[in-house]
Every structure is written in C-alpha cells, then in structure tokens.
Design a protein around this ligand. Structure first.
Ligand code: ADP
Length: 164
C-alpha cells in the first residue's frame, strides 16, 4: 500500500523550516504531495507559478522520481487531501505561535472527515522562529536572509526587492 501525505501551505516563499519538514515527512509517507494554496488569504510576494516552480526546484533532489508532487490547490485542504488520495495531512508546529490556530483547524477537520489524520511535526529548534512573513520583511528592509532560505530563493528575493 502506498501511503500518501499532503503538506499544505502558502510557501511564499519556501524557507529552510519548510525544507526540513519535507525531508522529515518523507520518512513517514511514500508519496508527499506539497499543496500550494491558491488563496492563502494574503497578497503573495511570489506568484502561484513562481512558488510551484521554486518548490519543484528545491525538492527535486530529496526523493526518488514521483515521490514528491507539487500541486496548487483551491478550497478546503480536506478536499485536496481526498482528491490526491492522502490519508494524512502534515503540518509543522512552531513553539506556541501555531498551536491555537492548528488546534482549532484540526478539531474542525476531525468533524468533517474522520478518515484523514493531521500529523504535526515539531519545528526543528534551529527553525523555530522562521516564517515566510519574517523572511520577506527582513529582505524588504535590506537584511541578509541567506541563512534562512535556499540559495536560489535568496537570489529571487533580492530580485523582488530590487537588490538583485
Ligand atoms: P509560513 O508560516 O512560514 O508562512 P506556510 O504558511 O507556508 O509558512 O506554512 C506551511 C506549513 O509549514 C505550516 O504547517 C507551517 O506550520 C509549516 N512551517 C512554517 N514554518 C515552519 C518552520 N520554521 N518549521 C517547521 N514548519 C514550518
């Protein structure tokens, strides 16, 4: 049996915390679908196409061909999970910041579909404070974000903020 997991997010842009989570998730599932939210509720810095392209580039070497699929999705995460045949939804959990929101969301999802489990992976201590929002803010304010993101993302960020 092939176990498929869905890792949903905005990935605007992908940072080292996401990459770490993807590596670890691959130990739990045979096939990992990275769901890129079309409507993340925020005005993204990177277009959907750019986010999908970056994710494809950054995950290409992490697993055998076909084990990672990058897929844009719209609407309910549960709907996307069903569509791709995922039995688990993977989420990262940073310190206390994520807990409230994730707790509520998972409780609601449990009511909607008991067949799909949400599994949380604790953020690595090195990446606990890492968030796309902060990476973008630091880059926009002229700071160096190269310790937090893959090299190609750093280059793209510099271009976006006019320092490329
Ligand atoms: P961010 O919160 O950085 O903008 P997303 O909204 O794209 O990222 O988050 C997608 C998923 O990745 C969520 O489950 C989130 O908890 C997880 N995640 C975000 N940052 C980290 C991190 N530093 N370490 C582990 N998981 C993370």
């Amino acid at each position: 049996m092939t176990r498929t997991g869905l890792y949903p997010g905005a990935f605007d842009p992908i940072h080292n915390g996401h990459v770490d989570l993807i590596r670890r998730a691959l130990r739990l599932v045979d096939r990992l679908v990275i769901g890129v939210a079309v409507n993340s509720g925020k005005e993204p810095m990177f277009t959907l196409e750019e986010r999908v392209e970056i994710l494809g580039e950054e995950t290409a070497g992490l697993a055998a061909d076909g084990a990672i699929v990058v897929l844009p999705y719209e609407g309910l995460t549960l709907g996307a999970a069903r569509k791709v045949g995922a039995t688990i939804i993977l989420r990262g959990l940073r310190a206390v910041a994520d807990f409230d929101f994730e707790f509520q969301m998972t409780a609601m999802n449990q009511q909607l579909d008991r067949e799909i489990e949400t599994v949380f992976l604790m953020a690595d201590p090195r990446h606990q404070a890492l968030a796309s929002r902060l990476v973008k803010e630091i880059a926009q304010l002229g700071g160096n974000v190269s310790p937090f993101v893959p090299a190609s993302v750093n280059r793209r960020l510099l271009e976006k903020v006019g320092r490329g």
